[in-house]
Design a protein around this ligand. Sequence first.
Ligand SMILES: Nc1nc2c(ncn2[C@@H]2O[C@H](COP(=O)(O)OP(=O)(O)OP(=O)(O)O)[C@@H](O)[C@H]2O)c(=O)[nH]1
Ligand SMILES: [Mg+2]
Length: 353
Amino acid sequence: MFIDEVKIRVKAGDGGNGCLAFRREKFVPRGGPSGGDGGRGGDIVLVASQHYNTLLHFRFNPEHTAERGRHGEGSNRKGRDGASLDVATPVGTIVYDADTGEVLHDFTQAGDRFIAAHGGRGGKGNARFATSTHQAPTEHEPGKPGEERRLRLELKLLADVGLVGFPNAGKSTLISRISAAHPKVADYPFTTLEPHLGVVSAGSDLAHQRTFVVADIPGLIEGAHLGHGLGIQFLRHVERTRLLAHLVDVSEASGRDPVHDFEVVMTELASFSKEMALKPMILVATKIDAAQDPERIASLERLASERGLPFFKISSVTGEGIDVLKRAMSDALLPLDSPAPEGAPSPSSVTPS
Ligand SMILES: Nc1nc2c(ncn2[C@@H]2O[C@H](COP(=O)(O)OP(=O)(O)OP(=O)(O)O)[C@@H](O)[C@H]2O)c(=O)[nH]1
Ligand SMILES: [Mg+2]
């Protein structure tokens, strides 16, 4: 299981002060107290949303403050209540008090609401203190401060996209290029011994950014289902992803035929499970900067069109095709979007637990 977490600070709105005022009007001597109450401060409400699948947005925005209540006014006018602030968080988020470690809430379904900080009550105006024997009260209360808390949000990550391919295909290099994850990269097979997750954000500006989680797993070789190489057990880490990106090294350095590599990996996927082989897939030719013979790319492209697979060409070294690929992954996930099973994904640094 992979966990992502962020710390945030929430501050509910303070209550408005009660007012001290007396009615003053011509021909109405001793008009009596007329100070209104202060308004209530707004709450901070965490709301589970399916539109987020990571905690990345909190990294950019770790402080949330709700509006304060307005002060009461003369003529018995109550101050307006401060607006509550809804803060969206992915389904699957667990909320902890950052100071005590206590679990405050566990979001299990979309639309779930949790008041993380209560707004302060408004103070009473002096009109409230009038009694038959105390007709000109000057008492009035200040508003109560809104609650302030430090929270730790934790999210179990489920990967959306699984990277599969031969050892050395460039899977770890790609994930380190598109996310903050930095698995080890080296020019020998089986560099990656355990899965790594990285959170990718695609989209030009923050408001339209979509984030998804990519899993980098060890490479597959012929006979992996018989235990060759690292075997195929780790495929269970991508069993629940919604999309596979199949990476094929098209550079001469691999010393193999790209089409053959593709077929081998497909066979291994099928030996893991029928569902795995039928998962939505995109085909990615990697290391195009080092491919001298264009036929190596072309043959793979023909294969993709025969099989109806979207085809991309990238170089993680020059950056060519990377943005297009990121966007394509994000777009491919859209129609596949279904309520995430349990957890929702999240941002940058991810630590295996
Ligand atoms: N020229 C070139 N080399 C690349 C590119 N991407 C990766 N490499 C090199 O290919 C080698 C293998 O890259 P990795 O990212 O470790 O490959 P992997 O698929 O994660 O390999 P395993 O973890 O062993 O399965 C490294 O030496 C990288 O520097 C690329 O776009 N162009
Ligand atoms: Mg690797």
